[in-house]
Design a binder for this molecule. Structure first.
Ligand code: ZN
Length: 271
């Protein structure tokens, strides 16, 4: 599943190239997770002013409104000139004066949604509950510790929930907890201030590094140039059950939390 770094890498791969493009035609394929919310004609003639990211949403600022793009479980965005013929998994296509933007999504949990602006009810519904951005100035170690103290569930689940901080998905949750030396099953409320500070630093470090390396290819990720990411080569614990810990050589363990796999080292992550 594309996580925050993959979405950011996708954004970086086409944001500058699409800026100021005029939308010429919009074609829809099979239904996605949510409907577009307007007619294709509503978008045609508008300009794409900028591409931002909030959590795992790409936000395309239009001259009149906003397009929210979510990659779901299996989505990928491509943008370019002279793309191949539409494939059976291409469910959204936007032809612009600077190139064609497509969402390819075999499982169709992704979506492209139009909103009149960020105060539009649909934008508020999708973006309103998102926690603080991990790479922004607003992500503060003390405030993060306060948010953890309020939560009685396992720290892994709190990270995935996205309300204390947004964008730490399943792969990166295992990695950041390893770096911070925290057992994934530890109750969030029991994490001390110094350990919350370690976790805060690990989150920023791992996500920034994954973006720099081009995102993860663990779930068929490729950016809008079709290039694969490289993060999985460097995973410390994720998907390494039974293999020796890279720090202490203890075999990595795995367990299920809320239907998702978690990986950890019982020796390096004692508390
Ligand atoms: Zn270890």
């Amino acid at each position: 599943m594309p996580e925050l770094p993959e979405v950011e890498v996708t954004r970086l791969s086409f944001a500058e190239r699409i800026a100021d493009a005029r939308i010429e035609a919009v074609r829809l394929g099979k239904p996605l997770r949510w409907p577009l919310g307007c007619t294709p004609q509503r978008l045609e003639g508008q300009r794409v002013l900028a591409v931002r990211r909030r959590g795992k949403y790409l936000l395309l600022d239009l001259s009149d409104g906003l397009l929210l793009v979510h990659l779901g479980m299996s989505g990928s965005v491509s943008f370019g000139v002279g793309l191949p013929a539409l494939g059976k998994h291409d469910h959204f296509e936007m032809v612009t004066s600077l190139g064609t933007l497509r969402l390819n999504d075999p499982r169709r949990f992704g979506a492209v949604v139009y909103a009149s602006g960020e105060s539009d009810p649909i934008a508020h519904k999708l973006l309103g509950r998102l926690g603080v951005e991990p790479l922004s100035e607003a992500f503060d170690a003390l405030a993060f510790h306060q948010a953890l103290k309020l939560r009685q569930t396992a720290i892994k689940q709190v990270l995935l929930g996205g309300e204390a901080v947004v964008g730490v998905g399943n792969i990166y949750a295992s990695e950041v907890l390893f770096l911070a030396g925290i057992r994934p099953t530890t109750k969030a409320s029991r994490i001390s201030k110094p350990r919350a500070a370690l976790l805060h630093r690990a989150i920023r470090q791992v996500l920034a590094q994954a973006i720099a390396q081009g995102g993860s290819t663990l779930r068929d990720f490729s950016n809008a140039h079709g290039e694969a990411g490289h993060f999985q080569l460097d995973a410390m614990v994720y998907d390494r059950a039974g293999l020796p810990c890279k720090v202490c050589a203890t075999p990595i363990k795995s367990l299920r939390q809320g239907q998702r796999s978690t990986f950890y080292c019982a020796n390096c992550q004692k508390a």
